[in-house]
Design a protein around this ligand. Structure first.
Ligand code: HDE
Length: 667
């Protein structure tokens, strides 16, 4: 079996500069005598132009930055591999989807959309989920998001949408936030956004982890088999750990406590050897059924409900290696929707068509010219041979005497033929600047989403609308949004209108259909990789805690001891002292001490906050005294007693207790 790391790694190895004891040189390879002092005319004299090392060092520093991505500027990457479960010759001729023995190397970049490179990870936003497959037939990029639809239907609107969500132009406020006038003005003027906005207001927009997040290709793509037969396909990544989110109040606090929350989580999981895994699933629609739906398959603001076309798992991706240099790999990786391999093709989705232009265009600027595919992270493992030449930063020395086709001088090389064949779709039409009438319904699927939510999800959606619109200054914009909400569902509109102090609009639900698969309830449950804080003090009964910790770690949980000071409590090593820890960066808390901690405000706050964020809370030994001091009711998900391991692990695996009544707990 080919080793997944071999092909891409061998290639990357050629470029690695190892950590070793080599002596410092200039970029020209000249040994450097002293890099702490510039060359001067006398120790107190002016710096001399002749100092080539000084000039080179400063110049290189001045040129370190490249333009950040216009959208998706903030990201985190990881390497891994993809393996198909079984050959799919009926569907596609793509080689990597036809040989289960092959581990295709991949590089994935997760991202937020609106914020700048330095913005916090945990903001309310869509997440990017872009995968580069280094296949033997060339690079295939699946550049998706963690939500299955998009804000707009036609790519010509993309600059308008992005300008509206980005910080406002006069004062560049707010950073990485959708809660401001221009975004909501765009929304109320452009009802095609409404379905996606429902997703954005849901907890999908605040994922617990990149490891617990779905991915979607969004558009309808096309598989093409060896006989040229096409099948419409939607791509879904399904995380093996299940899809989970944070809660909003927690998000606000995580931003300060750990702005790198999601990237750190990904990095640490891979360093620990608990590799994130995602199943690749497809929804398949034969061409004969193209018009069987009450929406258009080419409209990227629509899903195909899973109840209508079930998901078929076709393979799995495992992320098992962190990059070694953020800039070289994660920043320079260049995705492009038009990077497809034989067997995968496009449709006429006007959003996809626009993307097929935009990504190459953006890389030309961002990466400084046409040779960016030669940057190691972007290089295919397949051989590259063509007559394209020159340009900034050309790394190749083409020895051929010809750079044109057809030629006789080079024996006709490189020879073409037997390559990618575009799907032979019949196209005819009149030139027209108009949307298809089949794109007109902007409400039904927004209603479907709302109808399919559990009560706690609906509550969170209403709260999100209130937070967002609460930051909008112009009343007519709020009124405009509420008017649209009334067409989605009167319950939603009423709750939002009430909160905003606006008249409650009348309206009938558009329909009562549901798609249970849209809800985040019923996820796979596991305590594995969940982060648990064990609060200990100097008086803790270490024996009881040790047994619990071993048990939880045996189930794959990550336990950290939090105590009033660093060093040791008893014979247990402290991982983090209380003043540097906060409950929001943990999934659950075990109170293991009440003697020392019950009188400490920070410890009381720690468990209280975890309770408010509906997390599992355990207490062993005198730990119950800490819960009493925090005045926590004996509610669901609060596990106390002599042997709590099973019950507590079960509670952590359940993620949150969304029905918990938190109203009686003091702030
Ligand atoms: Fe993108 N998008 N996009 N987008 N997008 C970019 O490319 C664009 C869209 C997505 O980690 C840019 O290299 C247009 C949908 C991801 O490097 C840019 C339109 C989806 C990433 C661009 C869309 C995405 C990008 C900015 C509407 C989900 C980050 C920098 C027609 C299916 C990839 C860059 C990474 C990045 C254009 C809509 C996902 C400007 C014109 C829909 C995950 O080219």
């Amino acid at each position: 079996m080919p080793d997944d790391r071999e092909a891409k790694d061998r290639q990357l190895d050629a470029y690695r500069i190892p950590l070793d004891d080599l002596k410092m040189t200039t970029d020209q390879g000249i040994r450097v005598e002293d890099t702490d002092n510039s060359l001067k005319a006398g120790v107190r004299g002016p710096t001399i132009m002749e100092d080539f090392h000084f000039r080179e060092k400063l110049t290189r520093f001045d040129h370190e930055r490249i333009p950040e991505r216009v959208v998706h500027a903030r990201g985190a990457g990881a390497y891994g591999y993809f393996q198909v479960y079984e050959p799919l010759p009926d569907l596609t001729s793509a080689a990597f989807l036809n040989d289960p023995a092959v581990k295709t190397p991949v590089f994935v970049r997760f991202s937020t959309v609106a914020g700048s490179r330095g913005s916090a990870d945990t903001v309310r936003d869509v997440r990017g989920f872009a995968t580069k497959f280094y296949t033997t037939q060339g690079n295939y990029d699946l550049v998706g998001n963690n939500m299955p639809v998009f804000f707009i239907q036609d790519g010509i609107k993309f600059p308008d949408f992005v300008h509206s969500v980005k910080p406002e132009p006069h004062n560049e406020i707010p950073q990485a936030q959708s809660a401001h006038d221009t975004l909501w003005d765009f929304v109320q003027m452009q009802p095609e956004t409404l379905h996606m906005i429902m997703w954005l207001m849901s907890d999908r927009a605040i994922p617990r982890s990149y490891r617990m997040m779905q991915g979607f290709g969004v558009h309808t793509f096309r598989f093409v088999n060896a006989s040229g037969q096409g099948t419409f396909v939607k791509f879904h990544w399904r995380p093996v750990l299940g899809t989970y989110s944070l809660v909003w109040d927690e998000v606000l606090r995580v931003q300060g406590n750990d702005p790198d929350f999601n990237r750190r989580d990904l990095w640490e999981a891979i360093e620990r050897g608990v590799y994130p895994e995602y199943e690749l699933c497809v929804q398949l629609v034969p061409e004969s059924r193209e018009h069987d739906f009450d929406f258009d398959l080419l409209d990227a603001t629509k899903i195909i409900p899973e109840e209508q076309v079930p998901l078929r798992p076709i393979g799995k991706m495992t992320l098992n290696r962190n990059p070694q240099n953020f800039f070289a790999e994660t920043e320079q990786v260049a995705f492009h929707t038009a990077n497809v391999v034989p067997g995968i093709d496009f449709t006429n989705d006007p959003l996809l068509q626009a993307r097929n232009f935009s990504y190459l265009d953006t890389q030309l600027l961002r990466l400084g010219g046409p040779n960016f595919p030669q940057i190691p992270i972007n290089r295919p493992i397949a051989e590259v041979r063509n007559d394209q030449r020159d340009g900034f930063h050309q790394h190749m020395i083409h020895e051929s005497r010809t750079s044109y086709a057809l030629n006789s001088i080079s024996g006709g090389c490189p020879a073409f033929g037997d390559g990618y064949q575009h799907y032979q779709e019949k196209v005819d039409g009149t030139k027209i600047r108009k949307r298809s009438p089949s794109f007109e319904d902007h409400y039904s699927q927004a209603t479907l989403f709302w109808n399919s939510m559990a009560d706690w999800e609906k509550k969170h959606i209403v709260a999100a609308y209130l937070f967002e619109l609460g930051h909008v200054e112009r009343k007519p914009i709020k009124e405009g949004v509420v008017k649209h909400l009334a067409k989605i569902h009167p319950d939603l509109a009423a709750q939002v209108a009430e909160g905003l102090g606006l008249p409650v609009p009348s309206g009938e639900p558009v329909h009562a259909d549901t798609s249970p698969a849209l809800s985040m309830t019923n996820q796979p449950q596991s305590v594995a990789t969940r982060k648990i804080a064990i609060l200990m003090g100097d008086g803790t009964d270490a024996v009881a805690v040790r047994a619990l910790r071993l048990d939880l770690e045996g189930r794959g949980a990550i336990c950290e001891v939090v105590a009033p000071h660093e060093g040791l409590v008893g014979d247990t090593t402290v991982d983090r002292q209380l003043s540097a820890a906060n409950s929001v960066i943990y999934d659950a808390v075990v109170a293991a001490d009440g003697a020392a901690l019950a009188s400490m405000g920070r410890a009381v706050f720690f468990v209280r906050e975890a309770f408010k964020h509906q997390k599992a809370i355990g207490a062993v030994g005198s730990g119950t005294r800490l819960l009493e001091a925090a005045q926590l009711p004996n509610d669901v998900g609060v596990i106390t007693g002599d042997d709590i391991a099973d019950a507590f692990a079960g509670a952590v695996a359940g993620h949150r207790f969304y029905d918990r009544d938190i109203s009686s707990v003091p702030a």
